[in-house]
Design a protein around this ligand. Structure first.
Ligand code: KIV
Length: 267
């Protein structure tokens, strides 16, 4: 049976049916194709692209053009997947019309299904405008990597009662504004549980415990491509770096020892 294309309505239904939603980041066509074939329901072209694929130190330098370039590749690799483009720092914070135009490029040029925006109450009017324009929005609260300079680093959010209440208020405001889902990044599990049960839109957690309506992971963490450490919120499902290192080393050895190419590889 052919798999049905998922829509924003599918995710709300999955939450109502208590079916967990699975999201993972993807940055290129082959990665997207493999994740989609494995049954991942949402491919996020995260701005983590900046560090995972482009060699930047954090997400801040990523440009709109770089993000769109990779979002289009993800779409080509997974034509049927639900793809979310993560809008980079300063591509939506400056001016409402520019933000709508930039968000629209993810839909028109990269053929994404939705965009994701980091932020709190200050972006609620923008979320409302985007949704009224016809652009589905996934919000992102909690630890927001685009705010590391003001936050003083990567910090768990929502640890005090006031902060937890603010997060809940923000997520409810995003629901009112029409966001179809919200990412909760690095917040205490009990806070994420309270938020998840207070809204009808799905919450997608990363470092937010097991009671969110879905989970998202950065594919490089999951695949073991990031070798310096395993973040507390991640689980390494394989060690692709080791596999790649061995393959490249074997290739080097074979060429040096004139074991490759053989007759079989020659014309
Ligand atoms: O950019 C990203 O990968 C993200 C996820 C961690 C949610 O925003």
């Amino acid at each position: 049976m052919e798999k049905r294309k998922l829509t924003v309505a599918s995710f709300r239904k999955m939450k109502a049916n208590q079916e967990k939603i699975v999201m993972v980041t993807a940055y290129d066509a082959p990665g997207a194709a493999i994740a989609a074939a494995a049954g991942v329901e949402i491919l996020l072209v995260g701005d983590s692209l900046a560090m995972t694929a482009l060699g930047y130190e954090n997400t801040l330098p990523l440009t709109l053009e770089e993000s769109l370039h990779h979002a289009a590749a993800v779409r080509r690799g997974a034509p049927e997947a639900f793809v979310v483009g993560d809008m980079p720092f300063l591509s939506y914070q400056l001016d409402m019309n520019e933000a709508v135009r930039n968000a629209g490029r993810y839909i028109k040029e990269a053929r994404c299904d939705a965009v994701k925006l980091e932020g709190g109450s200050e972006i609620v009017p923008l979320v409302e405008k985007l949704v009224r324009t016809g652009i589905p929005v996934m919000a992102h609260v909690g630890l927001m990597p685009q705010h590391i300079q003001t936050a003083g680093g990567y910090r768990v959010a929502g640890k005090t009662q006031d902060e937890a209440q603010r997060l809940l208020d923000e997520v409810q405001a995003f629901e009112q504004a029409g966001a179809f889902a919200v990412v909760l990044e690095c917040i205490p599990a009990r806070v994420a549980e309270r938020i998840s049960s207070a809204v009808a839109i799905p919450t997608i957690g990363i470092g937010a415990g097991s009671c969110t309506d879905g989970q998202v992971q950065v594919c490089n963490d999951l695949l073991g491509l990031f070798d310096r450490f395993v973040p507390k919120h991640a689980k390494r499902y394989c060690n692709l770096r080791e596999v790649m290192l061995k393959a490249f080393s074997d290739y080097v050895k074979d060429v040096k020892e004139q074991k490759f190419p053989t007759e079989e590889n020659s014309f």
